[in-house]
Design a protein around this ligand. Structure first.
Ligand code: NAD
Length: 259
């Protein structure tokens, strides 16, 4: 049922976003991928997606820049005739106690992890209404539901995503468009790998202690969530069977937020 539809996936040159692009491409969805990274590596991923017989376009839009975000959605519309599926996924992290939290990190995290989703949704909703069908999926986090110390900007942005998800879900409820957030626990991606040294510094632990006593301590399963598990839920949310799931914050967190 998804064959021939189009999707924009922000932050899809790596990690969870690339996982979303792979499952959608395998279902015959044309995709716009986005994010930073090595040009040759991105081109390799793009060609890998096209091996599914779909068209994959790369947009270098910076999620801190509203005009570039508007151009990315317009690119999807001009190339693919609309924007049926929007996955807001680009995100960064910074770990620091509040009194030392750098202003520029606060601004960047709010811009990339929260405001970019406002801008993409604003431009995609009219296209979805025109098509009479749409799916908006935001990668929130367990940190959209609960907090952890030293992550003020990230937790604030992800709680903001929860508010945005619920509000837009209500606004488009009669338009055959659903809006949901997936709330992963810890998934082993570059984003998590990079925060281990900072968390170790902030908490006076070794990096190994952070992995065992901070990261996996939060997850009763004591397992990292996989990219494939998160992507499988996104694919389900795109299907007709999920048409009544909207405005939901859906944990994939090994039991973290049950505690
Ligand atoms: P990642 O670092 O592998 O991927 C982040 C992506 O965002 C990359 O493609 C990167 O290039 C892109 N990006 C960063 N800044 C950007 C900008 N200004 N403009 C455009 N793209 C930009 O990390 P990930 O773990 O795959 O994270 C993806 C999402 O999942 C994030 O929103 C993150 O908060 C969320 N998340 C991750 C975990 C986890 O444990 N890894 C848990 C919960 C939620």
């Amino acid at each position: 049922m998804l064959k021939g539809k189009s999707a924009v996936i922000t932050g899809s040159t790596s990690g969870i976003g690339l996982g979303y692009a792979k499952v959608l491409a395998a279902e015959g969805v044309n995709v716009v991928i986005n994010g930073f990274g090595d040009a040759a590596a991105i081109e390799k991923e793009r060609l890998g997606l096209e091996a599914n017989g779909i068209k994959a376009i790369y947009s270098a839009a910076d999620m801190t820049k509203p005009s570039e975000i508007a151009d990315m959605i317009a690119l999807c519309a001009s190339e693919f005739g609309g924007c049926d599926i929007l996955i807001n996924n680009a995100g960064i992290q910074h770990v620091s106690p509040i009194a030392d939290f750098p202003d520029e990190k606060w601004d960047a995290i709010i811009a990339i992890n929260l405001s970019s989703a406002f801008h993409t949704i604003k431009h995609a909703v009219p296209l979805m209404r025109k098509a009479g069908w749409g799916r908006i999926i935001n990668t929130a986090s367990a940190h959209a539901l609960v907090a952890s110390p030293d992550k003020a900007a990230y937790v604030a942005a992800k709680h903001g995503i929860a508010g945005l998800t619920k509000t837009v879900a209500l606004e488009v409820a009669k338009d055959n468009i659903t809006v949901n957030s997936i709330c992963p626990g810890y998934v082993w991606t570059p984003l998590v790998e990079k925060q281990i040294p900072d968390t170790a510094r902030a908490r006076g632990m070794t990096e190994e202690e952070v992995k065992e006593n901070v990261i996996l301590a939060a997850q009763p399963t004591k397992q990292f969530v996989t990219v494939e598990q998160v992507a499988a839920l996104a694919l389900f949310l795109c299907q007709d069977a999920a048409a009544s799931i909207t405005g939901a914050m859906l944990p994939v967190d090994g039991g973290w937020t049950a505690e």
